[in-house]
Write a protein that binds this ligand. Structure first.
Ligand code: PLP
Length: 404
């Protein structure tokens, strides 16, 4: 029986939703009706899609679909258990070996998502005597992992290496392990973390260095090897996290590092121990995606060509795409800063009505007053699609007084 009358037990949740409605930041989920492609249908409307993390068009690559179907036919739809009980299939091991070889590290462990990779790793390698020194804009999964670890959390100002060093110096005589952690690419602004400088600092103070490369995987470095490769810091970063959910096109997260780090995570990382492993189709898809990264580097070139073109055009028209009171993007992540949350959401809805899917992002995902439309370019957008999107963005922004 469906519930009819509101129950007082949950009235505080309704109050929060009403508050969001009053601010204009309450949202409804947009529903994709076909494939995650540059032009697709949400809620029955055809749009140019500037909102997905499908950087390289792998989410619907024919060869990936083929291997997913083949793996399903050969091995079934589910793994049947967590990895440590009975759910480690040959194909899971092959994926971990594939990623370790690609990243040129000793070993790799795959988690169900990038979120669980971060949260599971940070929470298991630190304890309450330890310290985590974290960039203020690091991803929520790092923050949650830090809280679960019960370690002392010290936050440094965004990309402020000197501030990070101040904290490390203050902690130098304290017992306990220290972990310096940064995103390789920051997901809301698209700027690149100072992985090189932080890794040298970590080394100087004997701290563990960890990087979350969710948005750098498949985007930065040779063939998309990530930020450690981009900065040529091989061997200087103890823990490299990547995602299989964005450029790789499927689902999952991974941790790369030494054999003992990975073996430790096999024994202690709670999402690994207590949540079922990927279906074989996902593992097969990811293996083939790494083959494509190696064989088709032109995808990454197209991604960067589209990025340079689109961002230069936005600037030329007069949009604020960051760099004034917010960080400047250095990657395909393209914020279009509006400021007010309600206005941002209204802009996003108007763009959608005119055939452009560009998500509005407001507090608490970004700070109050820094609401933005966030767009992501992919290798698969054509110049004609980008031009049409640019024309729409300019016209709607002028109509709404966002652009003069
Ligand atoms: C998306 C993202 C994650 C989470 O990855 P999923 O595979 O989607 O769970 C972690 N860190 C950062 C910086 C991200 O942008």
């Amino acid at each position: 029986m469906t519930q009819t009358a509101p129950r007082p037990q949950l009235a505080h949740l309704t109050a929060v939703l009403n508050d969001l409605r009053a601010k204009g930041t309450h949202f409804r989920l947009r529903v994709l009706e076909d494939q995650q492609a540059p032009v697709c249908h949400y809620d029955g409307k055809q749009v140019i899609n500037l909102a997905s993390n499908n950087y390289l068009g792998l989410a619907n690559h024919p060869r990936l679909i083929e291997v997913a179907v083949a793996a399903t036919e050969a091995f079934g739809v589910g793994s049947g258990a967590v990895r440590t009980i009975a759910g480690t299939m040959r194909i899971h091991m092959e994926l971990e070996e594939k990623i370790a070889a690609f990243k040129n590290v000793e070993a790799c462990v795959v988690f169900q998502s990038g979120f669980t990779a971060n949260a599971g790793t940070v929470s298991s390698i630190l304890g309450k005597e330890d310290y985590i020194i974290s960039d203020e804009l690091n991803h929520a999964s790092i923050i949650d992992g830090a809280r679960l670890s019960r370690a002392n959390i010290k936050v440094f100002r965004h990309k402020d290496v000197a501030h990070c060093e101040e904290i490390l110096a203050e902690l130098a005589n304290k017992p306990g392990h220290k972990l310096v952690i940064t995103d390789g690419v920051f997901s809301m602004d698209g700027d690149i973390g100072p992985v090189d400088k932080l890794a040298l600092l970590a080394e100087k103070y004997g701290a563990i260095m960890m990087v979350d490369d969710a948005h750098a995987s498949g985007v930065l470095g040779r063939n998309g090897r990530g930020s450690v490769d981009h900065f040529k810091m091989h061997g200087k970063v103890d823990v490299q996290v990547g995602t299989l959910s964005k450029a790789i096109g499927a689902l999952g997260g991974y941790v790369c590092g030494s054999k003992d780090l990975i073996d430790y995570l096999y024994h202690r990382a709670r999402p690994f121990l207590f949540s079922t492993s990927h279906p074989p189709s996902v593992a097969a898809t990811c293996i083939e995606a790494f083959n494509i990264l190696e064989q088709e580097p032109e995808r990454i070139e197209r991604l960067w060509t589209n990025t340079r073109y689109f961002q230069a055009e936005l600037k030329r028209v007069g949009f604020n795409i960051g760099g004034i009171n917010t960080p400047a993007t250095e990657t395909p992540i393209t914020p279009l800063i509006v400021g007010d949350g309600g206005k941002t959401m209204e802009f996003s809805r108007a763009l959608f009505d005119e055939g452009v899917m560009a998500t509005g992002i407001a507090f608490p995902t970004v700070p109050e007053g820094k609401s933005r439309i966030r767009m992501i370019l992919t290798s698969e957008h054509t110049k004609a699609q980008l031009d049409q999107a640019l024309e729409t963005l300019e016209r709607v922004a002028k109509r709404m007084g966002i652009l003069q």
